[in-house]
Design a protein around this ligand. Sequence first.
Ligand SMILES: [Zn+2]
Length: 347
Amino acid sequence: MTPPTVLSVSPVPSVLDERPELTELHSHVGGAVDAAIMWSIAHQQGIRLPSKDYWDFVDLIGVSRPDKVHSLAEYDAIFRWTELIQSSPLAIERSVYEIIGGAYRKTNITTLELRFNPMKRNREGEQDLDHIISAAIRGQDRALLEYPLVRSGLILMMDRTFSYDLNTIIVEKALRYHGRGVVGVDIAGPPNPDFSYRAHQPLVDRARDAGLGITIHTGEEGHVADMWEVVECLRPDRVGHGILCAYDERLMRHVAEAGIVLEVCPTSNLRTRAVRDLDELRHILTTLRANGIPVTINTDGPQMLATTILKEYRVLLDNGIYSDADVRRAIDVASSASFLNRSCDLP
Ligand SMILES: [Zn+2]
């Protein structure tokens, strides 16, 4: 049998060829550590894994195949493994340390924001939360000593499946460590019909008043009403995903007027089926651009999604979804929307 012809397509010339300094605003610690390092951390801690073979493990914690997950809920389930492995001060310190250095070495990311939920890494209270957060900060500090051209900040995530009281503790920790490496708060986690963004307004207000950045996961899938509630009640600086607003003109006007920046994660949205295909992605990004919405491009977690920030831009460029000027603009928007730009009074 004759092998299929492989077409060699020369990539579109772009600013990406000039090794630009890049910014990643939306990356989960649970999805960003290389599989080999996660394997090492799991063994260092004696965690019982479902397979003793490394390649099974790579498959377990990755979404490299398009048919691996069929929904956001299935995607979220993979995080249970990575969160378990990262659930100790030692593990979270090494995770954060490795992500920052790796991002700089592989893709020249010089501004990086990493998000995680510390309460999903303390083995349900068995480990002290302050130790987990301090260890993450220590990992960040060590990486920044090695790579002084990089700046990095941590975002602590509340969760849609947590009670208000648990989420209060997370915001209080973010306030305590603000100025020591924590730069913002987020709300994420599996979709929960009983969760109310509106009810969390006092918590988000406290974080904002203290100078923390506010980014909220919404408008990824589900109902656009959730995104309305987020932008009206929580008034975030940025929204994680937010692609659903491309189907609501009034919401787009509101988002544009409020200057809310969207953190779009193309590969993630395609893998979780939040976006059907490249044509829908093209429609969404073209609509957002036409309506003046500031958009940044992100990975959501490069290891888990077998991508990099460079690949995300490349996909848009090579498929004619973004021009080189659009790529340059997205790089600039990301750099200026980083919470690291804020001056912060040390406690
Ligand atoms: Zn996310």
